[in-house]
Design a protein around this ligand. Structure first.
Ligand code: MG
Length: 258
């Protein structure tokens, strides 16, 4: 099932997207927290503005260096345990929303195409074998990263957490195998990253188990599962598209702040 959050000009609503990614059937309520029912109203993806499919009420947990080829390209070793960082929910934007580069603060912004996991129920100390039960679904993330701040600050709050630095979308796919998807990132149409989630150092079940030992996970929490090799600079005026075959495409233009 594919669940989109969107607006036709008024308040955001949710809908079920068909397999072709073209038609949307509106539902009542928020599927993360409520039972949903079809309203009978239908529209098309082209006629609405898609929004980030989830705005976490609590937290986004990022995972660093979770693909060996990406760790190597940055000159880092693969950490023995998943390396976690937090991103504030104010960083989230949706499909086609601009990522605003604060040019007074950074001159080295990178894209990072990633599979994102959305948690569906409150949980703590989840065993890897039980992890599937707490997953609501999956979407695509761009873990936008200001490398100069990442190096200079010594931790990653600004580098990865600034406003607009966490595009999510285009919708949530509830049924896929998270260790069997291709992740392809294009910069202005040119393929820059071409990875596969089977290459994660720590798979999704291990990430959920690890994170839930430190943090209570709540419905709507998002886990960014790391990026494969091929990260690189993105300048104002460029466009980044991330394809995950089983989900769809997340595309965002990058612009400079005023
Ligand atoms: Mg990342």
């Amino acid at each position: 099932m594919r669940i989109a959050r969107y607006t036709e000009g008024d308040d955001p609503v949710y809908g079920l997207v068909d397999a072709d990614g073209k038609k949307i059937a509106e539902v009542t309520g928020d599927p993360l927290y409520q039972r949903i029912e079809l309203t009978g109203r239908t529209t098309t993806v082209d006629e609405v503005r898609l929004l980030a499919p989830v705005i976490p009420r609590s937290k986004i947990i990022g995972i660093g260096r979770n693909y060996a080829d990406h760790a190597a390209e940055m000159g880092n070793d693969v950490p023995e345990e998943p390396m976690m960082f937090l991103v504030p929910n104010t960083a989230v934007v949706g499909p086609d929303d601009p990522v605003v580069i604060p040019t007074a603060l950074t001159s080295e912004v990178h894209y990072e195409g990633e599979l994102a996991v959305i948690i569906g129920r409150m949980c703590k100390d989840v065993e890897p074998e039980e992890a599937k039960k707490v997953i609501f679904g999956y979407t695509i993330a761009n873990d936008v990263s200001a490398r100069d701040l990442q190096r200079g600050d010594g931790q990653w709050a600004r580098a990865k957490g600034m406003d607009t630095f966490c595009p999510l979308g285009p919708w949530i796919e509830t049924d896929l195998d998270p260790q069997d998807v291709s992740i392809v990132t294009r910069l202005d149409g040119e393929v820059a990253q071409d990875g596969h989630s089977s290459d994660m150092v720590h798979g999704v079940a291990a990430l959920i188990s690890h994170a839930s030992k430190s943090f209570t996970l709540l419905p709507g929490d998002v886990i960014l599962t790391g990026t494969p090799a091929g990260v690189g600079l993105v300048d104002p005026g460029q466009r980044v598209e991330i394809d995950i075959d089983a989900i769809g495409t997340l595309a965002n233009p990058f612009v400079a702040s005023e």
